[in-house]
Ligand binder design. Sequence first.
Ligand SMILES: NC(=O)c1ccc[n+]([C@@H]2O[C@H](COP(=O)([O-])OP(=O)(O)OC[C@H]3O[C@@H](n4cnc5c(N)ncnc54)[C@H](O)[C@@H]3O)[C@@H](O)[C@H]2O)c1
Length: 366
Amino acid sequence: MPETSIPQKLRIGMIGLGGIATRSHLPALAALPDVVIQAGAEIDAYQAARTQQRFGIPKIYADYRALIEQEPLDAVYVCLPNALHHEAASAALQRGLHVYCEKPVGLCPQEAQDLAEQAENAGLVLMPGYHLRFHEHFLRARELMRQRRLGKILQIQASAIYSGPYRGWDPKSDWHFDPRSGGPLYDWGSHLIDLLVYITGLEIETVAVEAQKSLPGLPLQDNIAATFQARNCIVGTLNIAWGGRGNLLMLQIHGTSGSLLVSDEYYEHRTPQGGGLNKLGTLLGNAREILTQKAGAFIRHKSSDTIYLKAAQCFIAAIQGKAQIQPAMWDAVHVHQVLTAIAASLEQNRPISTGMLSVNMERACA
Ligand SMILES: NC(=O)c1ccc[n+]([C@@H]2O[C@H](COP(=O)([O-])OP(=O)(O)OC[C@H]3O[C@@H](n4cnc5c(N)ncnc54)[C@H](O)[C@@H]3O)[C@@H](O)[C@H]2O)c1
């Protein structure tokens, strides 16, 4: 069993050395002085060798169970295909390790809840990989909502339209088209729902979904439009797809005093008082940020790197007892409840109340 006291440098095991691990988490962790990558696990020998050389990881196991059992570790990052998240995170928690689990945390509400309960009972940190919460725009949006600057909220339009695997994202293994992984709904839809709930605090009560298939080879409906009803008479839409090319995640929140348009590249707070000068200020502010991001990407310091770094700092600080984890592990359960309601509405072709989920959750994990 790992030691109970926290050593000076936290020893991390990286499980799954594919796209997200090598592009985001390993570079972010390399920037932290109080962390060492102790070992990794990767089933693909070529990817293992490449990553070992690039990041100087002392040892790579083909089997992540061997990594968890044999290495002296404090924590693991689970960066495996979605269908393996629960199994790997659970094995690590049972071994007394803290876990950063990529999204979605498990495949269904029960899997997420089981992990949250295991972590809570063992006094371990389980952090869901909803790193977009650390983006400055979404933090600003949350603060604006907290101050009730939009008045009474009427409607929300939330969209995540991406080009999906192989066109917009280059995964190192072929799991995205496995129907168990949930397609775009569980990929970008999980981020979208997490952000929506994080920023607005709303509780989604009912969803009704229309969807089509658009991607050849994907055995799931991937072009999804859902309407939802939330507490306090708020209505809204969720649009999620992998077939687009715009690569946009945007929330538009409309209230009786104004509207907020927010994405990772754009931020606009529209009010009736907002005249020409205000609009010019918004345009200049967004233009400055886009230029800063482009220049940053040019010198290899992208804003996305910064949010992975902030997520890693939060995880490490929570292990050291210096901060609360953000997002909280129970938030991942709620994301799954909404995802399950959408999936059930798709299957049953009728509106689904999130309160009825106990009926549908069994099947979601089957
Ligand atoms: N937070 C985000 O924005 C974000 C972005 C991209 C991916 N992700 C998540 O990260 C996870 C991985 O996605 P990815 O794009 O990196 O996929 P990927 O295919 O590039 O990486 C997964 C890696 O796991 C390895 N692997 C598979 N089975 C294994 C096993 N049994 N033991 C050891 N290694 C194994 C694969 O060979 C591959 O290298 C997914 O859950 C995805 O949803 C999150």
